[in-house]
Each structure stands twice: as structure tokens, then as C-alpha cells.
Design a protein around this ligand. Structure first.
Ligand code: AKG
Length: 393
């Protein structure tokens, strides 16, 4: 998002231009770039469903609904994730609560009809219409969404506060399951009336609180798959279509210099064997392959110790000359990164030194010829407690 005085943050809509400007201008100047408040986006707006209908829908099976009550004095948030019942509504206080129902457009044709006003966007970018009902003080707290959202005021008034500060901290509160921000310092505040609409691009901290009386907000949310989701799905898709006989191959293999090492030549071969590996850094490829190859085709994985050993107990056993026996199901490999070395054991990555990593790969029964350093002992302790090494006199 970029800030500039030449782009007003508040405009007025009209029957012909609900966005207060042409869709082309909105997309060019605001979409995914900066927030916009549109007063009277929908003049004389009548909500397409009533609060009672929303509460009824929230009690239906298969409907995603949450009832959120804020205890303002103690700043405690109670989130009832549904399924909801009439009794849940009977117990709500007179203020400071909200009901949120997702995907209302899938259940209610009149709500779905709202989407026609957004047909300047590709329909596959639209996720859903979430509808909230709140009594005064009700809301979900300050938060950030990773997708664009149009917040259309449907009934009553809502106080909206946003921050267009790009550097605003985005840490979450750990004591609330609503991904609320620990700190929120608004740069803009407005009171929205029915028919007003606030557009927010991804990443803008915002907080909406019902004001004065019953309040309904229609959130038209977009979908924006993360790179992680796209990559996972594409990888599955490619995997389904690649022939079995195309495999990791090493006809140029030279005798191994260090037991268990995933060396430079192996990484280069991976880049040839994988259609999109060239886009990954060597460290990322190494880390993924180390975990993958030590997990691949393992019929069993050792169980972690029920009662973990302490560092002092391990040190005592090693001082007394104990060997460390590798669990028969543990598979090991290691590699040197740009500035670090990692040991991979049955799908897990552990920081290591090259000397100890190599020794662990070479020896099924490890006898240490010298006292391990603190970091080496931390690695050995982790491997013992994860069930990969068994100390034996
Ligand atoms: C959102 O959709 O991001 C909101 O903040 C809506 C919250 C509400 O309607 O209470």
C-alpha cells in the first residue's frame, strides 16, 4: 500500500457510481493499494436479510457462525464457534456482543444478489459475503486481513478505525483466538451509516465497533491463495502427472567422501530432476531434500522418550563412557549450508557440526573420542529424547 495526498481517502458514491468513481479508476488508484471510504455507496440501502433471519441461519447445521462476547472490564473475549442454538442467543448480554456468519451468499439469494455490484472483479476472486450483527460495543477487535474486503454498512451505525501506517506492528494477541493485534494506533476514524462502504486492501489494521444500537455489516471478502497454498497444490498436481520412471538419478556418482552428506553434486542433480527446483535457493532445496529423503519410505519412526533425559543425566552417562546406539528405524543424512550445517533424522532437521553429523552417519554405535561441546551435547540430547539414540554402557 502506498500513501499519497493526491488520492482522497473519502469519496461520495452515487446510483451510477457506487464506488464514487469508475471501476477502472478504483482499480487503478485504490484496489490493493490504499483504503477508501465511500459515503452513500448504496443510497437508501435496505439490508437484504433481517437480524432474526441471520440468527436463524446461524443455528442451521453446516453454517459457519461465531458468537463473540467481549467482557470489556477484564478485556476477555469469549468465542462460541457454533453450532449455535436459541439458548446461546438468550444468554447474550445487552451490549458488547456480535454474531458473525460466513458464506451467507451461499444460503440467501438476496444476499448473493449484492455481488452483482462487484462484477467489475473476476468472480473467482470473490470469496464470500460475511454478515455480522452486533449490539452496541460489539465487534471482533482490531485485526488485519490478508485479503481485500468491502465493508458495507447494512443497518445502524458502526465506528470504524483503521491504520494506514505501513510500519504498524502486526503481532497477534496470544490470549484471544481472533488474531487480534496486540497494538493498534488508528490513523483514521469514521462513523458509518447504512449504505456507506469502507474498502480495505490486504494488511490494513482495522477495528469496527457497533455504535448506538443494533448494527449489521456485510463484508464482501476476496480470496487470495498464499504462495504456500499455491505451491502445495501445484506440486500435488505436477506429482500426479509425472511418470513413475522419472526419478532421482546419479550416473555420474563418485565415491562418497563423507558418510551421509547431501553434497553439492546431489543438489545439482535434484535441480535437474525437479521441474521447478531451479526457482528455489540451494539452502531451501537442501533442507527440504534432507527432511524428505530421511522420511521417504520409512515404515516406522522411533517414538520420543516418555520421560525425557536431562542434559546432566546424559553428560553423566557420556562421562562414564556410554555409547550412543542408533535406533534401527532412524535414517540420517546431513548437509552444509552457506553458513550452517544441518543433520536430518527421519524427517526432522537439527543444527549440527559437520564432524559430529558425519560421525553420526558413519557409526551405528557412536563412541565419542572427546568431550562434546555444549552445542554438540544439545544435539545428542535432542536425538536421545526424540528416540533416535539410545545411551548404553
Ligand atoms: C472484516 O470482515 O474484516 C471485519 O472486520 C468485519 C467485522 C464485523 O463485521 O464485525
Amino acid at each position: 500500500m502506498t500513501k499519497s495526498a493526491s488520492f482522497p481517502i473519502e469519496v461520495r458514491g452515487s446510483a451510477v457510481q457506487p464506488l464514487g468513481m469508475s471501476p477502472a479508476r478504483f482499480l487503478r488508484d485504490y484496489w490493493q493499494k490504499r483504503p477508501l471510504l465511500i459515503r452513500h455507496a448504496f443510497a437508501d440501502f435496505q439490508p437484504p436479510l433481517q437480524p432474526d433471519d441471520l440468527a436463524g441461519l446461524a443455528c442451521e447445521e453446516g453454517v459457519l457462525a461465531r458468537l463473540i462476547v467481549h467482557d470489556e472490564k477484564r478485556d476477555r473475549w469469549n468465542v462460541n464457534p457454533g453450532p449455535l442454538s436459541e439458548a446461546d442467543f438468550a444468554r447474550t448480554p445487552s451490549t458488547n456482543w456480535t454474531l458473525l456468519v460466513q458464506d451467507v451468499d451461499k444460503w440467501d439469494a438476496d444476499v448473493a444478489a449484492l455481488l452483482q455490484h462487484f462484477d467489475f472483479l473476476p468472480s473467482w476472486r470473490v470469496d464470500d459475503v460475511m454478515v455480522s450483527y452486533a449490539e452496541p460495543g460489539g465487534g471482533v477487535g482490531a485485526h488485519v486481513d490478508q485479503y481485500d474486503v468491502f465493508l458495507l454498512q447494512g443497518l445502524g451505525q458502526r465506528h470504524w478505525a483503521i491504520s494506514d501506517d505501513l510500519m504498524a506492528p502486526k503481532e497477534f494477541r496470544h490470549d484471544v483466538e481472533l488474531k487480534q493485534l496486540t497494538r493498534f494506533e488508528p490513523t483514521h476514524e469514521w462513523l458509518l451509516e447504512a449504505g456507506d462502504m469502507l474498502y480495505l486492501p490486504p494488511g490494513v489494521p482495522h477495528d469496527g465497533v457497533a455504535f448506538g444500537g443494533p448494527c449489521m455489516t456485510f463484508s464482501i471478502g476476496m480470496r487470495a491463495p498464499s504462495q504456500a497454498e499455491l505451491t502445495g497444490d501445484l506440486a500435488d498436481h505436477i506429482a500426479e502427472h509425472l511418470p513413475e520412471e522419472l526419478r532421482y538419478a546419479d550416473p555420474d556418482l563418485k565415491p562418497a567422501k563423507a558418510a551421509g552428506e547431501i553434497d553439492r553434486a546431489a543438489i545439482d542433480r535434484l535441480k535437474t530432476a525437479l521441474p521447478f527446483a531451479a526457482a528455489l535457493s540451494d539452502d531451501m532445496l537442501r533442507d527440504w531434500f534432507g527432511c524428505f529423503i530421511t522420511r521417504y519410505r520409512n515404515a516406522q519412526v522411533p517414538a520420543p522418550l516418555e520421560k525425557p533425559l536431562t542434559d546432566a543425566a546424559l553428560a553423566k552417562q557420556l562421562d562414564a563412557g556410554a555409547q550412543l546406539l542408533r535406533h534401527p528405524w532412524s535414517r540420517l543424512a546431513w548437509s552444509r549450508g552457506k553458513s550452517s550445517c544441518t543433520l536430518y533424522v527421519s524427517g526432522q532437521a537439527y543444527p549440527a557440526t559437520p564432524a559430529l553429523a558425519q560421525q553420526l552417519c558413519e557409526q551405528r554405535a557412536l563412541s565419542l573420542s572427546r568431550k562434546p561441546t555444549a552445542s554438540e551435547r544439545a544435539l545428542l540430547l535432542a536425538l536421545v529424547n526424540d528416540g533416535h539414540l539410545l545411551p548404553r554402557k
